[in-house]
Design a protein around this ligand. Structure first.
Ligand SMILES: [Zn+2]
Length: 288
């Protein structure tokens, strides 16, 4: 249990999407000429071979499943967020928006789509295989709750704060979009230990840590005081999704897109211990 209190959640920025099984989705650039921002996912860099021009169209989208998810979202309360993965995403969205509205002048809320199977986005069509991601073209974070089981299989934690970290990481990409860091980073290369991609991802981990620092503080904090065990569950998860962990023995840093296990856990910790987004400037150092 992480959320305290009870009552309704603000579901106005969250909607259900997708549906159907669907094969591999294709991630397309948004249609406009000159638009260079592509999605940023939790796990993998986007293989350039899977990027096509033009706006993608969703396939296998079942409106019924989207409608069911939408009804589920509308039913969410703070109490349900402690037992229900969909409602935990919704409650985390509430908490992350609250923290960034307080921490960042000019913060504007993104949208969130909770989907199953495949989904059509402003960045093209995507599937659950992509994992959680943020699309800057439509300023929307996308989550398939089935990912949490995948995360557990990968060695991540299924603890509530570990799931909330995943949401806060994608919202970190939204903060980066607002500050211009996302565009800057995407011009600085998509692979390699000092690439823009790695810097973007480690900053998102740090910003997730900044959220965690603030989420349990203040008289109207949504989270109960975090425990060391919960923080450890995030560290475990950050390590499980490090490039070197995923790639295994022989992992070549030249292929990294998100940073190593050590780096991902380190930058989350920098954000969590400081609570200060200025400490998250992964572009100002080569000591990542
Ligand atoms: Zn990411």
């Amino acid at each position: 249990m992480t959320f305290q209190g009870g009552g309704p959640l603000d579901t106005s920025s969250v909607s259900g999407g997708g549906g159907g099984g669907g094969g591999m989705g294709r991630i397309a650039l948004g249609g406009g000429a000159g638009l260079i921002l592509t999605i940023v996912a939790l796990l993998f860099g986007i293989n350039p071979g899977s990027i096509t021009g033009g706006t993608g169209t969703g396939s296998g989208v079942s409106s019924q499943d989207a409608a069911e998810l939408d009804a589920h979202i509308r039913s969410c309360t703070i109490e349900k967020a402690n037992t229900d993965d969909v409602c935990r995403i919704v409650a985390t969205v509430n908490s992350v928006n609250k923290v960034w509205s307080e921490q960042m002048p000019g913060y504007t809320e993104p949208k969130t789509t909770i989907f199953s199977g495949s989904v059509s986005t402003g960045c093209g069509a995507a599937s659950s295989a992509t994992g959680p991601f943020y699309c800057p073209a439509d300023e929307t974070a996308y989550f398939d709750p089935s990912f949490f089981a995948t995360l557990r299989q990968m060695g991540g934690s299924d603890g509530p704060l570990a799931q909330e970290y995943v949401v806060a990481h994608e919202y970190g990409h939204h903060v980066e979009n607002l500050t211009g860091v996302l565009a800057k980073g995407q011009r600085m290369g998509s692979q390699g230990p000092m690439s823009g991609s790695v810097r973007i991802e480690l900053q998102a981990d740090c910003l997730a840590g900044v959220w965690a620092y603030h989420a349990d503080k203040g008289p109207d904090a949504m989270l109960e005081p975090l425990t060391q065990e919960q923080i450890d569950s995030v560290i475990q998860t950050a390590k499980a999704i490090g490039d070197d962990t995923i790639q295994g023995a022989g992992s070549n840093p030249e292929g990294w897109t998100h940073g190593s296990a050590q780096q991902r856990s380190r930058w989350f910790t920098i954000g969590y211990e400081s609570g200060d987004q200025r400490q998250c400037d992964t572009f100002a150092t080569n000591d990542l």
